[in-house]
Design a protein around this ligand. Sequence first.
Ligand code: NAP
Length: 322
Amino acid sequence: MSDRDNNPVDLNLPPVLCIGDFPANANALVQARLAPVTLADIDRDDALRERIGAIVTRSNYDIDIALIERLPSLKIIATSGVGFDRIPVEFARERGIVVANTPDLLNAAVAELTIGLMLALLRQLPRADSFVRSGAWSKGAFALGTSLASKRVGIIGMGRIGKEIARRLAPFDVEIAYYGRTRQALSHESFAHPQALARWSDILIAACPGGSDTRHLVDASVLDALGAQGILVNIARGSVVDEEALVQALERKSIAGAALDVFEHEPLEASALCTFDNVVLSPHIGSATHETRLAMAQLTIDNVVSFFAKGKAITPVVSTNR
Ligand code: NAP
């Protein structure tokens, strides 16, 4: 690509507003290609605000209706991430504003983290690491863990990421089943309700979208069905799991443990979840690798450029509901 292609003026783009921040390598790309302005810029310049044609953001920032209403020339919201539960997609659509996300190219990173979290919990890796570092090893053996082999793994949301998790789990010699609103043409067994899937599963993975439709899909009844030997892995959205019910289930030992990348309130602080030995936590890092975040930023930019050059984003969000 030539320098000319990289120049936002030559690309004939309207001013672009950036909400939130991108990791350093991705930010350099966004700055070079789109030269975005900030909320502070539009707050002090009404003429600039009125000309904003695009928002670029990441999936962990809220784009609220009030902001969209302040931007009369807005044509596209391009989010770096696959989840769009923090964007009022229907409201945008009613105004003719396109929403675009970055599906697929983060499947591998999220699937890798999911399997990493699961193994970290089953084999107690965070505690094993502390055990060695603290010198406790010389005083006795470390507690036994649990094997992944031969377990039944249930996936809530057998979409792009769910399928990648299933594909990467296959060599671990597990049985896989899923729950979703649609029965798909897959060799895996499907269940008509998350409770039924949980009852079947040793390990239950949430990999569906967040938002009102899936809020507390994993509730007390699903955790009860998962049972005292069962573990929960959530890489979907915090809203998918009733966190209070999860804490109660952990306190009562009515499930065996949880591995969580996402939380009802992020960043997670001073939560009861931090007090359990049988819980492994990560700070919403499903897609957080250098390679993946750079590719996501590139597609976010390409969505904006394509929209203004050809009238179409490359990966528009097709629908929020069916
Ligand atoms: P996707 O391809 O759209 O798959 C979503 C799956 O969830 C589909 O199989 C869908 O099946 C199912 N689903 C949707 N609504 C549902 C509902 N109301 N009840 C039950 N199942 C439902 O999306 P994806 O690319 O795999 O991404 C999935 C989610 O992963 C994202 O939306 C995001 O929340 C999360 N994510 C997390 C991270 C992280 O850092 N932890 C990173 C990326 C993505 P049916 O249509 O048949 O129901």
